[in-house]
Design a protein around this ligand. Structure first.
Ligand SMILES: Nc1ncnc2c1ncn2[C@@H]1O[C@H](COP(=O)(O)OP(=O)(O)OP(=O)(O)O)[C@@H](O)[C@H]1O
Ligand SMILES: [Mg+2]
Length: 146
């Protein structure tokens, strides 16, 4: 039923729990999993002082890519060994938009993601990325709330 599961991850416990849940579903349905981290362009700008904008050095880009690779690697490690095929992907852009586009282009059957992410703002039930993805995604979205 769920052949292709997309799991967008941001390094938060919510997203790691979402990946764990996706793995359980994938084991039952013989699905493939794509772990996706989206590098938001604004992350690069936030690294420099306002005066240095819009200068983006190779070193800054390298640092951001290393950070993205670590998020994916840590999530992969948290899942442990399994027979499920797990692909990892780094994309650039606006997270919600990239997640929706990838779900469409890869014909994903299911997106499993955290209801919240890394933001420290408490009280909200949904983060901005999960809010947007649940509204616009071309497939069912499962939100993990812990
Ligand atoms: N850059 C990203 N790349 C991939 N997935 C992401 C990214 N950011 C968020 N997500 C996914 O969206 C889920 C919800 O995160 P979201 O960013 O919406 O909440 P938040 O960080 O609590 O709030 P906000 O960022 O809106 O202030 C995460 O658990 C993760 O699954
Ligand atoms: Mg966030």
């Amino acid at each position: 039923m769920f052949k292709q599961i997309l799991v967008p991850v941001d390094g938060s416990d919510f997203a790691t729990n979402a990946a764990r849940k996706a793995l359980v579903i994938a084991q039952k349905h013989d699905s493939k999993i794509t772990l996706l981290h989206v590098v938001n362009h604004s992350q690069l700008f936030s690294m420099g002082s306002p005066q240095s904008l819009p200068v983006i050095t190779d070193l800054m880009i390298e640092g951001v890519i290393k950070g993205a690779e670590k998020i994916l690697e840590d999530t992969r490690q948290a899942l442990g060994p399994s027979k499920v095929e797990i692909e990892t992907k780094i994309e650039w852009g606006t997270p919600a938009q990239v997640i929706i586009n990838l779900a469409r282009n890869q014909a994903c059957d299911l997106i499993v993601m955290g209801s919240r992410g890394l933001s420290k703002m408490s009280g909200l039930f949904l983060g901005s990325v999960s809010d947007r993805v649940t509204k616009i995604a071309p497939c069912p979205v499962m939100l993990i709330k812990e």
